[in-house]
Design a protein around this ligand. Sequence first.
Ligand SMILES: NC(=O)C1=CN([C@@H]2O[C@H](COP(=O)(O)OP(=O)(O)OC[C@H]3O[C@@H](n4cnc5c(N)ncnc54)[C@H](O)[C@@H]3O)[C@@H](O)[C@H]2O)C=CC1
Ligand SMILES: C[C@H](CCCC(C)(C)O)[C@H]1CC[C@H]2[C@@H]3[C@H](O)CC4=CC(=O)CC[C@]4(C)[C@H]3CC[C@]12C
Length: 371
Amino acid sequence: MAGTAQAQEQVYLVTGGCGFLGEHVVRMLLQQQEPRLREIRIFDLHLSPWLEELKTGPVQVTAIQGDVTQAHEVAAAVAGAHVVIHTAGLVDVFGRSSPKTIHEVNVQGTKNVIEACVQTGTRFLVYTSSMEVVGPNIKGHPFYSRGNEETPYEAVHSHPYPCSKALAEQLVLEANGRRVRGGLPLVTCALRPTGIYGEGHQIMRDFYRQGLRLGCRLFRAIPASVEHGRVYVGNVAWMHVLVARELEQREKLMGGQVYFCYDESPYKSYEDFNMEFLAPCGLRLVGTRPLVPYWLLVLLATLNALLQWLLRPFLLYAPMLNPYTLAVANTTFTVSTNKAQRHFGYEPLFSWEDSRNRTIRWVQAVEGSPS
Ligand SMILES: NC(=O)C1=CN([C@@H]2O[C@H](COP(=O)(O)OP(=O)(O)OC[C@H]3O[C@@H](n4cnc5c(N)ncnc54)[C@H](O)[C@@H]3O)[C@@H](O)[C@H]2O)C=CC1
Ligand SMILES: C[C@H](CCCC(C)(C)O)[C@H]1CC[C@H]2[C@@H]3[C@H](O)CC4=CC(=O)CC[C@]4(C)[C@H]3CC[C@]12C
């Protein structure tokens, strides 16, 4: 009996568990049949209907509607959890939310999660950071090609999203070693995905819809030579699950560390990479070189930013093209590292072929293929 109780003792909390990545983390935790897992708590501002179907399995699934900016709600959700996987965040590079809101959710929300761990005695915290904490910086320096966690880069931000992710990551890493209730040290680490793709990726869906509207075409805007790091959502989720599992055994090695999320996805430009999925769904990318000169894109992006500012009192104008998204899309950033493999034995669970097929099937199922 004691063995059974011991075997099923752990409670995991996934904040943002109803988001694009969060859903994959939750499903992965259940699929991998984490041996000691008794309960998964899913904490999110908006709870999704698919949660209901998960409630019939052997692991208790508890849905908690809550806001990470509310310290008491976070503390109540964290109490009794062994591990917190903190993926909740406001992902906004288009200017939909105010900088203050982005800061509140991403920075204050993360502070609340850390303090809740300390107060309630939760020892293990996995934070979903981002490649954006590195760059591009406000000085316009090129990102790096095939960089790793040690590659030097002057990370100085002004855009609210990367600012908030960088601050939150710093808080998480600094919290490593703090004494939690009961006297034991908190063990934290941060995972930095590059651009995530896969089932549920809304921007991919937006590009697909845009292509359909334009007669099954998309027009190249970024040179094919600008490579942008991408990683499959299933592998990002798998990395979170592995880190959560291994943090206890390897706290000295992994505590306070950052890890880029990587897999076998090929190095390509943002647009060429998207075409890996959109071409089999009937779209084509027009042009081997950008059809619009770069200076014109910069001008349009600046105009969009100006329009957004002018129209803000009346309506929300938040197009995909703005100076920041243009800078990210137009600056090479790819990672090549094996730190996660060395530190906790990570190998991608999904091959590139599998990741690609799953994503194609999702695009086809979501929208239906054009005839
Ligand atoms: N999508 C991407 O390419 C990348 C995302 N990330 C990070 O991964 C994490 C997850 O991102 P996605 O799944 O793409 O975003 P998402 O928007 O699909 O998911 C975020 C989830 O957090 C929840 N949330 C937002 N504000 C909240 C609040 N105040 N209280 C509680 N829950 C709240 C949302 O309801 C949503 O379910 C974020 O922290 C993001 O910064 C990092 C790198 C790349
Ligand atoms: C929307 C951008 C592509 C638009 C191309 C244009 C301007 C020519 O129309 C996307 C290009 C790169 C994306 C970002 C990148 O993948 C890294 C990210 C990490 C995160 O943590 C959140 C999302 C994002 C900022 C992602 C957002 C869309 C792009 C800017």
